[in-house]
Design a protein around this ligand. Structure first.
Ligand code: SF4
Ligand code: F3S
Length: 104
């Protein structure tokens, strides 16, 4: 399955949701998550993200993001259509430690 990671925080470009064949993205206040039970591992969303926030869960060090996806995809609303990115998304794209600073 694929996982949304830190780079999405405060960006939410939402290009990813347009291409997902099974509509398995869920929207929080400042990031999206993928429902791991619904993702069919097709990989088409990964190159679409301008922030390169989407990674395969086989990469190292993604435990926190995998847990967030499992938890919040059950709580947040489904998002299936592209919307405008967050204000300041381009500035936030390459910012580090966004989880500690901004996650809510
Ligand atoms: Fe959707 Fe495919 Fe991305 Fe999974 S890998 S979230 S099914 S586009
Ligand atoms: Fe986030 Fe990238 Fe999608 S910034 S909303 S994972 S296109």
């Amino acid at each position: 399955t694929y996982v949304v990671t830190e780079a999405c925080i405060n960006c939410k470009y939402t290009d990813c949701v347009e291409v997902c064949p099974v509509d398995c993205f869920y929207e929080g206040e400042n990031m999206l998550v993928i429902n791991p039970d619904e993702c069919i591992d097709c990989g088409v969303c990964e190159p679409e993200c301008p922030a390169e926030a989407i990674l395969a869960d086989t990469e190292d060090g993604l435990e926190k993001w995998i847990e967030l996806g499992e938890k919040y995809s059950a709580e947040w609303p489904n998002i299936t259509e592209r919307v405008d990115p967050m204000d300041g998304a381009d500035a936030a794209k390459d910012e580090q430690d966004k989880f500690e600073k901004h996650f809510s």
